[in-house]
Unconditional design. Structure first.
Length: 439
């Protein structure tokens, strides 16, 4: 269960935040040991090829000074089991076929096959299950998953309405909570951690073999908000420093257009980084959005009428947008049209996924400038459209440089809105605005 770590470098003073994309070198070393172990397990080869998330946590003995070692975990089941000796055990073992969860599950399945309505039975069983997951935090306190989620979403009526107050299936079985739980139960001091994807990408999603990812938001974030209490944690690296200054490119009585720097949110949020609206005026209404990591031209309206008219222009595709990007790959085709419908990955926001059943139309024109530099012309305005269309294997298959969600980290996201063309909603004059690309 405990694995030696031949690491001679310095360790972080604060626990490395589990939503990070750039693990500490000691965690990388631990992950590479696990990856070597997985490559030797021929009996798991087919399952691993389908893809699974693994995690490592570098720890020390909290009761005495010790060299760092590490523990490892996997999400869900592996080979139909959740108790392989190389990895930490589950928080709660629901897989025993003769105990309450499995026997009740079989009875519900039998009722369903017989034509009975079983939804209420299933909800009650899930509630019972999550009451068995008693999660620890660094203070030594313990609460069950059901209560943790109830508190986390206490202000959200939608959570009770849509989910019946029941957490997503599999909550508590992801890597991060399993690792923290084991550490707290065995008086270990968490130092840093990393999670990596092993195998092929799931259908519709974008995951890269052996790449590091943060803990998921849908299942893990509510749990970790409780479990991390009492730990001295480093600042969340997702709240990156702003690259550059906010500049006004155009302004009149009706609209203002700014050059938004990478790292600045378009609108106020919960991450503690001052947004464009907060910098300028709380009365301004953003007509469209740029991702926090994307830089470039952003239009804000000064009144409701102009805001509505400009939004209608965007919806009718009467605003031409041109983005510059550098991608991680070599582009050979001069012009490409990508049409991949997108929908939110509900259990792992803010990720988006390709969804041919429920996704909304998303179309992008790509024009090559050189092997790695492209111009992107979105004909629709879906969340993360350009990022997914570039990264997905059915799209450009070349993630935008610095895309922490769908590619690899860098000093910034190399995506910039450099040109907007539209007819002014009040003066009806043709407006063309540009701003230089900072890369």
């Amino acid at each position: 269960m405990f694995h030696p770590l031949p690491y001679a470098g310095s360790l972080p003073e604060k626990f490395t935040y589990p939503f990070c994309y750039q693990p500490h070198p000691s965690a990388v070393m631990a992950a590479e040991i696990v990856q070597k172990y997985l490559s030797s397990k021929e009996e798991w080869a087919d399952e691993l090829n389908n893809g699974k998330m693994f995690g490592v946590m570098v720890v020390t003995d909290a009761a005495k000074e010790s060299s760092p070692f590490f523990i490892a975990a996997y999400s869900g089941l592996l080979g139909g089991r959740n108790d392989h000796e190389f990895f930490v055990p589950p928080v709660f073992n629901s897989q025993n076929k003769d105990e309450h969860f499995k026997t009740t599950e079989r009875r519900i399945s039998a009722l369903s096959r017989g034509g009975r309505e079983t939804r209420a039975y299933s909800i009650n069983l899930q509630r019972w299950l999550f009451m068995q997951y008693n999660m620890r935090n660094a203070f030594g306190e313990s609460r069950n998953v059901l209560d943790i989620f109830k508190d986390y979403y206490s202000a959200s009526k939608a959570y009770e309405r849509k989910a019946n107050g029941v957490p997503p299936s599999g909550t508590g079985d992801c890597c991060a909570p399993k690792l923290l739980q084991y550490a707290f139960l065995h008086n270990l001091k968490p130092v840093c951690m990393a999670e990596f994807w092993y195998g092929n990408s799931p259908k519709g999603e974008i995951r890269h073999h052996l790449q590091y990812y943060p803990a998921c938001s849908g299942k893990c974030k509510p749990l970790l908000s409780y479990m991390l209490q009492g730990l001295d944690i480093e600042e969340n690296p997702q709240e990156a420093a702003i690259k550059g200054k906010l500049e006004t490119v155009y302004e009149d009585k009706w609209i203002v257009v700014v050059n938004k720097p990478s790292g600045m949110p378009s609108v106020p949020g919960k991450i503690g980084v001052k947004s464009v609206v907060e910098h300028l005026s709380p009365t301004l209404l953003p007509v469209h959005r740029l991702d926090m990591a994307t830089s470039g031209l952003l239009i804000l309206a000064k009144n409701e009428k102009t805001h509505k008219e400009m939004q209608s222009m965007f919806a009718a595709r009467r605003v031409k947008k041109e983005y510059a990007a550098i991608v991680e790959g070599h582009i050979s085709q001069e012009t490409t049209e990508i049409s991949l419908p997108l929908s939110p990955d509900i259990l792992n926001r803010p990720y988006q996924k390709v969804d041919y059943e429920k996704g909304k139309e998303a179309v992008t024109i790509v024009r090559r400038q050189d092997a790695t530099r492209v111009l992107l012309y979105p004909l629709t305005g879906r969340t993360h459209q350009l990022r997914v269309h570039c990264a997905h294997c059915q799209g450009l298959n070349a993630p935008i440089k610095g895309d922490e969600l769908y590619g690899k980290t860098a000093d910034r996201l190399y995506l910039h809105c450099q040109r907007l063309e539209f007819t002014h909603p009040e003066t009806h004059k043709a407006i063309t605005l540009t701003c230089p690309t900072p890369f």
